[in-house]
Design a binder for this molecule. Structure first.
Ligand code: GAP
Length: 446
């Protein structure tokens, strides 16, 4: 990764807004802290990542079942898991300016002595923390009383555990098998920060993989490798990805082993994903609170037990931020500083752009449009661009990370039916026969 600094972060945030990747949520009303809206290119990038993940971890495997559970869940789900009582962060308030902070994220705050100085006004004292529950509470239905309380789910995981019995009854899978889900999660973070890194509304891609407890260790190792493999697949440089084995004292109480996958974000090394051995904690708790038996009967051994769970958990928005951070590159091209996104082709929101050299020459436009339509059928995400001169178009496509630009010029229509194909990373151009263009791009993009 290039410089780890706030300047790089600012450049990424500004490019994301300028080019239609990510905007502040509710921007025209002054924004809503911790929320982000994805524009057309951000949406395309996110869809590519979501689809790749679903393919790798769900459809390409015989042992996975996809789920799309409701965001609003019965409040007893969160009582069972301990979220109602314990899903909280330590909140401290400045006695002078009254600003609120997450105690464990304030530089210089002494968690043992429970005191520190306000990082904002610098004058006030931050006293004892109070526990602040991060779940968004609402009421389902017209009556607002205790019985109608519901929560926006703070993780997608529980939507899978509560469907364990449904999956068993509908599909009769044998252990080991897993459930996978992609969807929104909500946390009322005390201090949303670092662009989309810590948001109040975000998306998770999670797996709850169920095993016989004797098999947990090799399964954990399998997913550790799969998660690292995934980071390579989406184009993250392995030197920027770290595994952090969480010590016994620092793990969630239900986890017997946790690895945090960390990444060199522009603001420093921080958690990207987590892999946890959750034991039988969740299914046991749901069984206890719902009164429904959630065990598994091994038909061969006649052994009956509550399956244990290995949970690979991925934040989709953090994935996008990691991809953007690692793709952002500056170099010198034609004696000018050029900023571009060096996306891996699999995630690039636009795979190819097609230009007519001049937009006021109908024969060039017609030919370019013909090539554009043919490539769209093959690659889907193809853009037609005739705005400004060709140099400007290259810059624009570089900035949105388009791997290849195809230009139709006079040689195409008057001489040899060849086009120029320009490579985003090197800026080098090659002449390619129009009839062989699709195969040429296919080999390059794959
Ligand atoms: N089911 C386990 C679970 O939710 P987590 O570590 O709290 O574990 C998993 O969250 C992943 O979700 C994180 O590694 C991160 O990628 C993402 N994530 C968590 N909180 C987030 C937030 N406030 N904003 C964006 N992504 C977040």
């Amino acid at each position: 990764m290039k410089a780890k600094d706030s300047e790089l972060m600012e450049k990424i945030v500004s490019l994301c807004k300028r080019r239609g990747f990510i905007y502040q949520g509710s921007e025209i009303y002054g924004g809503l802290s911790g929320t982000w809206d994805y524009g057309p290119l951000g949406t395309a990038l996110k869809n590519n990542v979501r689809n790749l993940w679903w393919k790798k971890f769900v459809t390409d495997r015989e042992d996975m079942y996809g789920v799309d559970a409701a965001i609003l869940m019965n409040q007893n789900v969160w009582k069972a898991t301990g979220h109602v009582g314990g899903f909280s962060d330590p909140l401290v308030t400045c006695d002078k300016c009254k600003k609120r902070f997450r105690a464990d994220k304030v530089e210089g705050y002494d968690l043992k002595a429970e005191k520190g100085k306000c990082p904002d006004c610098g004058k006030g004292d931050l006293g004892k923390p109070v526990q602040f529950n991060m779940m968004f509470k609402t009421h389902a239905g017209a009556v607002e009383d205790d019985s109608s309380i519901s929560y926006l789910r703070p993780e997608t995981a529980q939507g899978m555990f509560v469907n364990y019995k449904n999956i068993i009854d509908s599909f009769h899978p044998k252990l080991p098998f897993g459930m996978g889900q992609i969807g929104k999660a909500f946390r009322n973070e005390i201090a949303p920060r670092d662009f989309t890194f810590r948001s109040r509304e975000f998306e998770q891609m999670e797996i709850e993989y169920l095993v016989n407890p004797k098999d947990w260790a090799p399964t954990f190792e399998h997913f550790r490798k799969e998660m690292l493999d995934w980071t390579k697949q989406i184009g993250l440089n392995p030197v920027n990805v770290y595994e952090n084995e969480i010590a016994d004292a620092d793990r969630a109480f239900y986890s017997k082993r946790t690895i945090d996958f960390e990444f060199d974000f522009p603001f420093g090394r921080s958690e990207l994903y987590g892999l946890a051995y959750r034991t039988d904690y969740d299914l046991k708790k749901h069984s206890e609170f719902s009164g429904v038996e959630l065990s598994y009967l091994d038909e061969e051994t006649k052994e009956k037990f509550v399956p244990h769970c290995i949970e690979p958990s991925f934040g989709l928005d953090r994935t996008i931020l990691a991809i953007l951070s690692s793709a952002y590159t500056e170099d010198n091209m034609n004696e000018e500083v050029r900023a571009y996104l060096k996306f891996a082709p699999v995630v690039a929101p636009v795979k190819v752009a097609v230009f007519p050299l001049l937009k006021n020459k109908p024969a060039l436009v017609e030919k370019a449009r013909e090539i554009y339509q043919a490539l769209r059928k093959e690659f889907g995400a193809v853009m037609f661009d005739d705005n400004g001169n060709v140099g400007k178009r290259y810059r624009r496509q570089d900035e949105i990370g388009t791997p290849y630009c195809v230009t139709v010029d006079f040689d195409t229509i008057e001489k040899d039916n060849t086009v120029t194909v320009r490579d985003r990373d090197t800026g080098k151009q090659e002449r390619v026969e129009a009839a062989k263009l699709s195969d040429y791009l296919k080999s390059k993009l794959n």
